[in-house]
Design a protein. Structure first.
Length: 62
């Protein structure tokens, strides 16, 4: 099960967050908007249900 963790302003920020989380061995899913758009559209980052505490710890490190 996946949980919505955060929203980011665009696809570029989403890919940056994905890189950061993957360095901490945390898998993420980036969900684009439903309509076809560009990398400038907002994205939602989802994390596994049991790993939200790990994602929060990564944010606390920054």
């Amino acid at each position: 099960m996946w949980v919505k963790f955060m929203e980011v302003p665009d696809g570029y920020a989403a890919s940056t967050w994905q890189e950061l989380f993957s360095q901490e061995a945390l898998s993420v899913r980036i969900v684009p908007p439903l309509e076809i758009g560009s990398m400038k559209d907002p994205r939602t980052i989802w994390v596994p249900d049991g790993k939200t505490h790990v994602a929060r710890e990564v944010l606390n490190k920054i």
